[in-house]
Design a protein. Sequence first.
Length: 136
Amino acid sequence: MKSEADLSVYVAQVGYVKFFIVVYGDDLILVCNDQNKLLQIKEELSQKFEMKDLRELHFFLWMEVERNRDERLFRINQIKYLKKILKRFGMEECKPIGVPLDPKVKLQKNANRNDESKGFPYQQAVRSLMYAMLCT
């Protein structure tokens, strides 16, 4: 069945076996809670389509995937993507600030290099950060 939450995700469940297929262009992510069923599905798909099995997922759409089978943990992060964005906009050394901003702080127009008229690509920076925010 196609997921109602995301049209690129397909879900199946037979008894205790849950299976997910994530489709992005010509890439697939296959997830199943039964290793034997996962192998069976891969075999069936490879008979119908030309496929290359890249094994366990580690990186996808700028997201790093970490799995610890012993502790039964699954983590997804965007650290590499965010570091790339900080470097791209010359902000590797920026300091974090609390949000919401302290109401006593006075913002000034054209006060620093974040002003587009001085050459800082503000819209691109915001779009890059929104990608990280919306894709997690």
